[in-house]
Design a protein around this ligand. Structure first.
Ligand code: HEC
Length: 137
């Protein structure tokens, strides 16, 4: 065997596995992309469902009255969150609208999040007023 044929053989054997692993990478990338797309589509769909919820829609369509919202807050929420919303049993709600979107705030009130926060069922008008007040905190 000459030196040249040995080199040829080396080239062949080293080229074969790298071609195979190239294909393997492609498959993993495709699977990973598939997952990312599936998760993204899931998030978007979930968000759309929330925003298109008729109750949330009707609350967001109304313009809230801050003073009425404050009354509603004092009657229903102040026992736990404090008269000035600075926290008692429940956490302080100061600046809460910077942490939570309008949709999230509505959901917190109607779903109660985790106990002991109760679930409220305010009509859209009351919820809009309350939301307006929460956004002043
Ligand atoms: C029985 C006590 C209680 C009452 C009444 C109550 N809450 Fe709460 N609330 C809590 C507790 C405890 C938490 C924290 C646990 C959680 O996230 O569910 C909380 C959390 C929250 C949060 C989320 C705060 C954050 O930093 O993310 C918001 C907003 C909120 N409440 C608003 C209200 C509003 C508005 C009302 C009146 C309609 C109300 N709560 C009535 C106990 C209460």
């Amino acid at each position: 065997m000459t030196q040249e044929t040995l080199n040829d053989q080396r080239m062949e054997t080293s080229a074969a596995p790298s071609a195979e692993s190239g294909w393997g990478w492609g498959r993993w990338v495709a699977i990973a992309l598939g997952f990312i797309v599936a998760i993204a589509v899931g998030f978007i769909a979930y968000h759309q469902v929330q925003v298109s919820d008729p109750y949330i829609q009707s609350v967001l369509a109304l313009e809230g009255d801050v003073d009425r919202g404050q009354d509603i807050f004092r009657l229903n929420c102040a026992t736990c969150h404090g008269l000035e919303a600075s926290g008692e049993v429940g956490p302080s709600l100061q600046g809460v609208s910077e942490r939570k979107s309008r949709v999230q705030l509505i959901q917190q009130v109607v779903s109660g999040g985790t106990p002991p926060m109760p679930q409220f069922q305010p009509n859209a008008r009351d919820m809009a007023d309350l939301l307006e007040f929460l956004e002043t905190l």
